[in-house]
Design a protein around this ligand. Structure first.
Ligand code: BGC
Length: 871
């Protein structure tokens, strides 16, 4: 149904203002709370930024802040901002004296509300800086002297015994690796992190982790046993069979700093006094190929380590965001035995992480583990789509009995675990296997729910797609010999990702690696961290502009624009340098990747058109960023450049009837022209008619790949065709979102037809069943089906729009989002012949409520509102 149709049906029953059931502002004003530093860190130890910013939330009942005052205190340091008249309560920059490594600070805030009432001081929050510069390290890089055979990713153990000579007041452990590490102190794992130190552009930046180990030390003898794996750094990594792409062997850098009660200070560091071995139970552990353990072996053959005092060129900085953690434990739903002796455990959900086993074993026998995302028709595990990733684990038992085991330095993308080599008489039980879900620790900040079961399943699949692929960096897929930071997938999914989880720091860190890896000529490599040294695909390179912009829009953190401004400018320069007479030639690239019904994986929208479209969009983002950063001359210059790109685009690719010319007519061609404002507004309705005709010719189906899909429903909706947007969104047949759900998907798939019950798997080479790119539609579900959308003029939900699409196909929809100001809600439901809208605006924010199909809107301040609309 189009907007006009809706307008006729909807009658406004009451005046919305009269019926607004608003929470009244209480006279008793509470304290500022939820104090965070930087991108949302709570009381961090080992914080990365010596120029931090501060954010807080205001208590419910407060409408807005009119002034704030921050006080930061630390050893010989005090900064008092004094009262600052401002309604800003997020990302207030620190302006006190210089902060240094290791410094411990506390801070608090007070604010005045709309009536000028003073809240009084909040409770104190804390932060402690990590080791900010390479000169803070006295430790040396160490590695085992023994060399593992080629292509074997042996896990090493590095050992050191030391004496703690007195009562400890404070102890901090700083550690990083070229590779992956796990520190055990006195036999106990330090922290709960996995895959430390994560994946960065290693030759430029290494992240260190900081642990408070004050309570883990004992007076007298202590010992470190540090496990060191190859990981992404030195292991097999890359779809072209690469190994050692970042470095030849793993190394550890560790520094323990002890302060005794009596004031003495001591450092225990990695150096030539350590010993190490590669002869132990973990025979190999590889990101792609799995982990193999022989428990009959003990760590032996200890030798002095090789130590190097040259720290190298990469900056060693405290990890700027959360590590990978265990976030959930899945239970087995079903057990089958499709082949004798091969038991398959179904966890009911495609997930990423590893299995936790508690199984009977026989001395000297090896239990083998295989994994799969789906089963073959005969019930056996389908492993072909892992391609060259072996993705198998094994465990050889040292004695008969029950073992509890899980891997350390590998991960798998799977729903099914196959075990073989078990004792013949053992009866498999569901509690033998658990699924340990691993990903970057991110707060779940958003929920989307509706009356439509399949839409809810789609939302679940999108969210699991994100969890599976946000493992330290945003990856394309988590299971085959790839798992890399593909830029195109990331830019498509970035907006949706920030509705589901707080991934502010996650994206900023990845952008930092992108800046490190930008090529000389401004081009952006295909994957970040870069492992191929090549880039240049329209829609992929543009992650350099789109991701910063989306992070800014959804968090309000302008630093992400200033940090990346130069990278954006260089990318736009790269595009510019290739133009000929205002047009782009054929740029090698991935096209509208995996567009359905095309002969070509790159789809039917030609590269020169895609290139010009994305160049125009990136240039516009650059111009807007320049404007926001107060770079007036740049803003004018880039706005002119963007206008001229639009002009060339419209002239060359569109005839006066709004029809595509000089290129095949594709849905994506029309979508980008409208979404990126490349054609004049006056031409958009005509272009939309052609788009609608194309969709009609496809029997109401989408024909979009990675680049067009993020825009298909939003552009149709924007152009007054929300009915058609709903038809496409709810389509059951191929190609559509529900098609994969009808075939049993529990995550997003790489292809619209990765699998069908009738025809089985579509191609084995490139068929990931956990690929988030098409999950980009989640954005529209939040922003329009539920109706909660950000305002570029007041980013970070300082002001937002509530504009739900009350559509016939749903009885209700609801979005909740924990913004930096507090919880925002937009929900609607049909009730007794009416539509009831619920809106929650957090303190210190405002919203504009646009009533469905009414040409009316209302501005509201903090509070809870209900509106009753007659349908
Ligand atoms: C990846 C993608 C990526 C693409 C480039 C694939 O192999 O899995 O998601 O964007 O290559 O076209």
């Amino acid at each position: 149904m189009n907007k006009i149709g809706m307008f006729l049906l909807v009658v406004f029953l009451y005046s919305s203002v009269a019926n607004a059931d608003r929470d009244s502002v209480s006279q008793k004003i509470g304290l500022g709370h939820s104090l965070t530093v930087g991108d949302g860190s709570v009381d961090p130890v080992g914080f990365h930024d010596a120029t931090p910013s501060f954010s807080w939330k205001l208590p419910l009942g407060v409408e807005k802040q009119t002034a704030y005052r921050i006080e930061v205190t630390g050893e010989s340091l005090k900064w008092d901002s004094g009262w600052v008249e401002s309604d800003q309560s997020v990302f207030i920059p620190y302006e006190g004296g210089k902060l240094r490594s290791r410094q411990q600070l506390q801070w608090r805030v007070r604010f005045k509300n709309e009536d000028g009432l003073d809240s009084g001081w909040s409770k104190f929050a804390k932060f402690e800086l990590g080791l900010l510069s390479n000169s803070d390290w006295t430790a040396k890089w160490i590695r085992p002297a023994a060399k593992a055979p080629a292509k074997v990713e042996k896990v090493a153990c590095l050992r050191h015994q030391f004496v703690v000579d007195g009562s400890v007041k404070q102890a901090r452990l700083y550690a990083t690796a070229r590779g992956l590490f796990e520190v055990n102190l006195n036999g106990k794992k330090v922290g709960q992190d996995h895959f430390a130190n994560g994946q960065t552009s290693y030759s430029n930046r290494l992240d260190s982790l900081t642990y408070d180990v004050t309570r883990d030390l004992v007076e007298g003898n202590n010992s470190f046993d540090v496990l060191l794996g190859y990981g992404w750094y030195a292991g097999r990594f890359g779809w072209q069979g690469q190994r050692q792409v970042f470095g030849k062997f793993p190394e550890l850098l560790l520094q323990l700093e002890i302060v005794y009660q009596d004031g003495r200070k001591e450092s225990i560091v990695s150096d030539e006094d350590w010993t190490a071995t590669i002869d132990g139970p973990i025979l190999s552990s590889s990101i792609y190929d799995g982990e193999h353990v022989d428990a009959t072996k003990e760590w032996s053959d200890w030798k002095p380590v090789v130590a190097r005092s040259d720290l190298g060129a990469a900056r060693i900085v405290p990890k700027p965001f959360a590590t990978v953690k265990e976030t959930e434990l899945l239970s087995v739903q079903e057990i089958t035995e499709p082949e004798e002796g091969r038991i398959v455990f179904d966890l009911g959900q495609n997930m990423v992480g590893w299995p936790r086993l508690s199984i009977p074993v026989e001395e000297g026998k090896t239990v083998k583990l295989r994994f799969s995302e789906m089963l073959n028709s005969d019930g056996t595990v389908h492993t072909k789509n892992y391609r060259a990733a072996k993705s198998t684990d094994s465990y050889t038992a040292s004695k008969t009995g029950t073992i509890n085991w899980e891997p350390k330095f590998t991960f798998h993308g799977f729903r099914y675990v196959e075990l073989s080599g078990l004792p013949a008489n053992a009866k498999p039980a569901k509690d033998w296997v658990k699924g340990v879900v691993l990903h970057t620790e991110m707060e779940k900040i958003g929920t989307f729910e509706s009356s439509h079961a399949k839409l809810n399943q789609l939302q679940s699949n999108i969210s699991w797609g994100q969890r599976g692929n946000f493992l330290d960096i945003p990856t394309d897929c988590p299971q085959r010999d790839e798992r890399a930071g593909w830029t195109g997938d990331s830019q498509a999914f970035a907006p949706t990702s920030m509705f589901n989880f707080d991934c502010h720091g996650f994206w900023k860190s990845w952008l930092d690696s992108m800046r490190d890896d930008q090529l000389e000529d401004g081009n952006i490599p295909h994957v970040i961290p870069d492992i191929v040294g090549r880039g240049g695909s329209p829609g992929w390179v543009d992650a350099a502009t789109i991701v910063p912009w989306e992070v800014y829009l959804r968090t309000g953190d302008i630093e992400v624009l200033s940090d990346n401004y130069s990278m954006m400018g260089r990318l736009v320069g790269w595009y510019r340098n290739q133009t000929v007479d205002g047009l782009l030639p054929n740029i090698e690239g991935y096209g509208d990747w995996l567009q359905p019904n095309s002969e070509n994986k790159r789809g039917d929208t030609p590269s020169p058109l895609l290139g010009l479209a994305f160049y125009g969009n990136s240039c516009r983002i650059l111009a807007d960023s320049a404007h926001l950063l107060g770079r007036t001359e740049d803003a004018t210059k880039y706005a002119e450049e963007a206008d001229s790109i639009n002009h060339s685009f419209a002239e060359h690719y569109f005839d006066s009837d709004g029809k595509l010319q000089n290129a095949p007519e594709t849905q994506t061609g029309y979508l980008l022209a409208i979404a990126f404002d490349l054609i004049p507004n006056s031409m958009k309705p005509k272009a939309t008619e052609h788009l609608v005709r194309l969709i009609g010719e496809a029997d109401g189906h989408l024909r979009t790949g990675f680049l067009g899909t993020p825009y298909i429903v939003s552009v149709l909706d924007q152009m007054g065709h929300s009915d058609l947007a709903m038809t496409i969104l709810l389509k059951e047949t191929y190609p559509s979102w529900f098609y994969s759900i009808n075939q049993g998907a529990t995550t997003m798939w790489e292809r619209w037809n990765s699998y069908s019950k009738q025809d089985g798997f579509s191609g084995d080479r490139m068929n990931s069943l956990n690929h988030y790119a098409y999950g980009a539609v989640g954005q529209w579900m939040y922003e329009r089906l539920a109706g909660l959308s950000p305002d570029p003029d007041h980013p970070g939900y300082k002001h937002f729009f509530v504009r739900p699409l009350v559509t016939n196909e749903l009885d209700w929809a609801r979005a909740e989002l924990e913004t930096n100001y507090g919880k925002a809600v937009s929900a609607w439901k049909r009730e007794n012949g009416r539509v009831v809208m619920e809106v929650v605006v957090p303190p210190n924010a405002t919203a504009t409520v646009e009533f469905p199909s009414e040409r009316k809107s209302e501005s509201v301040e903090a509070g809870t509102y209900r509106y009753f609309l007659k349908m």
